[in-house]
Design a protein around this ligand. Structure first.
Ligand code: AP5
Length: 211
C-alpha cells in the first residue's frame, strides 16, 4: 500500500504518518525528516538543502526524486509506505508515479489534511520539535524535554513568521496543483478534516482508506 499524505505546512502530516503507518503495517518516508537529518550530519545533500528549507522554499525536484527512488528500492518499503510531504510539485508526482510503476505498483490513495491558515499559524508559532527523535509538540517551550526520548525540544528555523508565510504561499503556488494532477490520473484523493483530537483525525484517515 502506497499512501501519499498531503496538506499545508502544519496540517498534521508528520503527526499522523507514524500512526497511520503503524495501523497499516508499513513504514513512513518523510522528505522533511530525511533532509533535516542530512543537515544535522552536514552531508552534501544537507548543505544543498539548508538554504531552501530555512527560507521555506522547496528543495529542487531532482534531490527529492533521488530520495524517493532510493527509499522505494529498500527492502523495508517492499510492502508499502506512507509518504509524508514527499510529493509537493507535479514533476515529483510524475517521478513518483514512474518509480512505483517500474516496481509494478501504484499510488493507492492521496490523503489531504484540511485545515485553515489561522489554525496553521497557531500550531506552527507554538511548535517545538525534539532535536533527537523529531517528535513535534504544541505549546512546549524550547529547551524542555521530549516525553518520548528525553531529547531537547527546539524551534524550527522555518517556523519563524516570515518562513511560515512563504511556506503557505509556496503550497498554494507549487503544491496545491498536484491534487488536480492526481484526480486526472484517476488516483483516489480523500480530504480529511485535520482539526480536532489527533486520534479522531487518525480514525477519519483510516476510515477514508477503508482500513
Ligand atoms: P516538512 O518538515 O515536511 O514541513 P511541512 O510540510 O512544512 O510540514 P510540517 O512538518 O511543518 O507540518 P506537518 O503537516 O507535518 O504537521 P505536524 O504533524 O508537524 O518539510 C520542511 C521543508 O523541507 C520544506 O519546507 C521544504 O523546504 C523541504 N521539503 C520537504 N519535502 C519536500 C519535497 N517533497 N519537495 C521539496 N522540498 C521538500 O504538526 C504541526 C504542529 O501541529 C505540531 O506542533 C503538532 O504537534 C501539532 N498538531 C498536529 N496535529 C494536531 C491536531 N490534530 N490538533 C492540534 N495540534 C496538532
Amino acid at each position: 500500500m502506497i499512501i501519499v499524505l498531503f496538506g499545508k505546512p502544519g496540517a498534521g502530516k508528520g503527526t499522523q504518518a507514524p500512526l497511520l503507518a503503524a495501523a497499516l503495517g508499513v513504514p513512513t518516508l518523510a522528505t522533511g525528516d530525511e533532509l533535516r537529518a542530512a543537515i544535522r550530519n552536514d552531508t552534501p545533500l544537507g548543505r544543498e538543502a539548508k538554504g531552501y528549507m530555512d527560507r521555506g522554499d522547496l528543495v529542487p525536484d531532482s534531490v527529492i526524486l533521488g530520495i524517493i527512488k532510493q527509499a522505494l528500492g529498500e527492502p523495508r518499503t517492499a510492502k508499502g509506505v506512507v509518504l509524508d510531504g514527499v510529493v509537493r510539485t507535479v514533476p515529483q508526482a510524475d517521478g513518483l508515479a514512474n518509480a512505483v510503476k517500474e516496481l509494478g505498483k501504484q499510488v493507492d490513495a492521496v490523503l489531504v489534511f484540511d485545515i485553515d491558515d489561522d489554525e496553521i499559524v497557531r500550531r506552527l508559532a507554538s511548535r517545538t520539535v525534539c532535536e533527537k527523535c523529531q517528535t513535534p509538540y504544541t505549546g512546549r517551550e524550547p529547551g524542555t524535554t521530549c516525553d518520548k526520548c528525553g531529547g531537547k525540544l527546539v524551534r524550527r528555523k522555518d517556523d519563524e513568521p516570515e518562513a511560515i508565510r512563504n511556506r503557505l504561499a509556496v503550497y498554494q503556488k507549487q503544491t496545491a496543483p498536484v491534487l488536480d494532477w492526481y484526480k486526472k490520473q484517476g488516483t483516489k484523493v480523500a480530504t480529511i478534516d485535520a482539526v480536532g483530537d489527533v486520534k479522531d483525525v487518525t480514525t477519519r484517515a483510516l476510515s477514508a482508506l477503508g482500513a
